[in-house]
Write a protein that binds this ligand. Structure first.
Ligand code: TYD
Ligand code: MG
Length: 427
């Protein structure tokens, strides 16, 4: 069956007719780059994620849960673009222009070069684009705009896709740097942003818990810059404020000697961040004890619990295990493995990690401790932040950066080192 289809598709009737090229192919060195004239925002943390600013004609999808701060960040960016002499058209299909103005007033972002309109129909938006010829277009949000000729209500997959395609085409045609806002629910389910990822040039997400002030801006796709780069912000009364030195932002206020917490250094993009992992282990009354992860990968938690069970003397089979990151940051790197195992072991044994000690390493199924990428940079950051010792995989042979290093080959050894109250042999 499959073979027949293939044969048919390869037949003469399937061949596309030969046409005229619009432009001759060029040697690669002669092709002009699209790097020129990026619109930097002067919001350092945003430019860092965008790779230097918005490229004319490029389209960025800015995703995040409601309340994450998408509109706030974009209003601030619009004001910064305007300050740089660019015209911004801000289409607010979600909040009324009056509401947006009030917010802009609070943010001190009232520039004459920022044009505000409340149209929700794509043809009207495109007409405004034509008449105002802005340098930057912001559509807030793609789930609230629609094309009348297309069936379905705003927010349906078809509407979202068709509306975005029309706006993207206009952005490319007129060379307008465009940002589309997309709402994402906690599990990334909502129709919308995910179906757009291939249509746009860059995808950024704002992460962070609305109950915490911290926000992380992360690029998950970027045709014009680095991927995985992270910007740190704090939500204040005056909008989002960039945090250049994230330092200890992702650490809790747990007093020294608290059990069930472990600190590691994750690498977000090129940025090392000290992060705390917390765990609570409680006797379960359920046949299938709970494994609850917040800010951590739930599957990874299950796997590491299994490794702990079979490769160390930490038994949690009859216990509920809750694990969480601090500050609403999402930790998905394997480098967090040892911190997660250590937090669980610390909770279970009721022994704290020695103050000033970090743990760093990936845990394998055989219970072995693996080296993680750029261990040296992470240790340098730990030293900068005032940590004094680290448990690292035995394979690490780089500099200690003034830290007392405790090397372990396997998980059980690492846990003993992490939870020992005495300082063992240093390096
Ligand atoms: P918002 O930008 O409306 O989020 P989104 O567009 O992603 O849905 O941000 C809303 C939250 O930010 C809201 O909970 C209020 C808070 N906020 C501040 O704390 N300070 C401010 O200056 C602003 C504008 C908003
Ligand atoms: Mg909004």
């Amino acid at each position: 069956m499959g073979e027949e289809t293939l044969v048919a598709a390869a037949g003469p009737s399937a061949r596309a007719p030969v046409g005229q090229p619009r432009r001759a192919a060029q040697p690669i060195r002669q092709v002009s780059t699209d790097q020129h004239d990026r619109a930097a925002t002067d919001i350092g943390e945003l430019d860092r994620v965008l790779g230097g600013g918005l490229v004319p004609g490029s389209v960025v999808l800015l995703g995040g849960e409601p309340g994450a701060g998408k509109s706030t960040l974009l209003l601030q960016a619009a004001d910064a673009f305007a300050a740089g002499g660019r015209t911004v058209l801000y289409m607010s299909a979600e909040e009324s222009p009056g509401q947006v103005r009030l917010r802009a007033q609070r943010l001190g972002a009232l520039s004459d070069r920022v044009l505000l309109a409340g149209d929700a129909e794509v043809p009207a938006i495109l007409a405004l684009v034509q008449s105002h010829a802005p340098d930057v277009l912001i559509v807030d949000s793609i789930q609230t705009v629609r094309i009348p000729e297309v069936s379905g209500s705003a927010g349906s997959v078809t509407q979202v896709r068709e509306s975005a395609a029309a706006i993207v085409a206009a952005a490319k045609e007129h060379g307008i740097a465009t940002v589309l806002v997309g709402h994402v629910t906690k599990d990334g389910q909502l129709a919308g942003p995910r179906v757009l990822e291939h249509l746009v040039d860059a995808v950024c997400d704002i992460e962070g818990d609305r109950h915490h002030a911290l926000r992380l801006l992360r690029a998950t796709k970027n045709r014009f810059g680095p991927v995985g780069e992270v910007g740190c912000f704090e939500m204040t009364g005056k909008g989002l404020v960039g945090v250049e030195d994230a330092g200890r932002l992702f650490m809790g206020d747990t007093p020294p000697g608290t059990t069930g917490v472990a600190v590691t250094i994750t690498l977000e993009g090129r940025r090392p961040l000290a992060c705390e992992v917390q765990a609570l282990v409680a006797k379960s009354v359920l046949t299938n004890p709970r494994r609850v992860a917040s800010g951590l990968d739930a599957q990874r938690l299950n796997l590491l619990v299994a490794v702990l069970e079979s490769r160390s003397d930490v038994t949690v089979a009859n216990c509920d295990v809750y694990a969480s990151s601090v500050g609403g940051v999402r930790l998905t790197e394997p480098a967090v493995d040892l911190a997660l195992c250590t937090a669980i072991a610390s909770a279970r044994r009721d022994v704290p990690v020695l103050p000033g000690r970090i743990v760093l390493g990936e845990v394998g199924l055989a219970g072995e401790l693996r080296l993680v990428a750029q261990t040296q940079r992470r240790l340098a950051e730990a030293a900068r932040l005032g940590f004094t010792s680290a448990v690292v995989p035995a394979a690490y042979d780089g500099p200690a950066h003034g830290l007392q290093l405790h090397r372990a080959r396997v998980l059980s050894g690492a846990l003993d080192l992490a939870l020992s109250m005495v300082s063992l042999v240093g390096v």
